[in-house]
Design a protein around this ligand. Sequence first.
Ligand code: SF4
Length: 205
Amino acid sequence: MAHRYAIKEIFRTLQGEGGLAGTPMVFVRFAGCNLWSGREEDRASARCDFCDTDFIGGERLTAQEIAGRVIALAGPAWVCFTGGEPALQLDRALLLEVRGHGYKVAIETNGTLGLDTLRPLIDWLCMSPKTPDLVVRSGEELKLIYRGQEPAAIRAFEVLGFQQFFLQPEWGPRYDELLAGALQFLQEQPRWRLSLQVHKLLGLP
Ligand code: SF4
């Protein structure tokens, strides 16, 4: 019987964040994360306690069914695997299926699970670190959610082998304050750039 992946949702929008912001993409959101159960009652004890994504539930789909849903959302050249944590489920079979239809592949990962064997099949790796125990050490983009960290703590990530470094103010009631703090940090160093969640500013999914 064909392997099935736990998929929360598949939808088309513009990538709103980081180095590919503004690029039309189909997002495949996996259910489940290794840093939080997704249940509010577990948030206080979670290794990542500031998540704003619903990644519980959804459907169980085969690689062919996922590719079919992606193709039905005709238009974008990119597919972005996100979550939850996509590295829990993403495998060679699904990547080959999607790439076989001509799509470029991006992934948004928290960096705590290895992706080395899949790396040749991923065109754009974005890591958004949430904990110190990172096993992903390189990629196209490191995107740090800014929650008021000290400049030295932000710059500590520069030892990692990413091509681009983004600072993204956390969305929420402190947004204006955090945006101001991020802008101040960005004025004082050469490597980091601002990531805004353009899809939220535009009211897109
Ligand atoms: S790692 Fe990402 S998906 Fe998982 S709980 Fe944190 S923000 Fe949410």
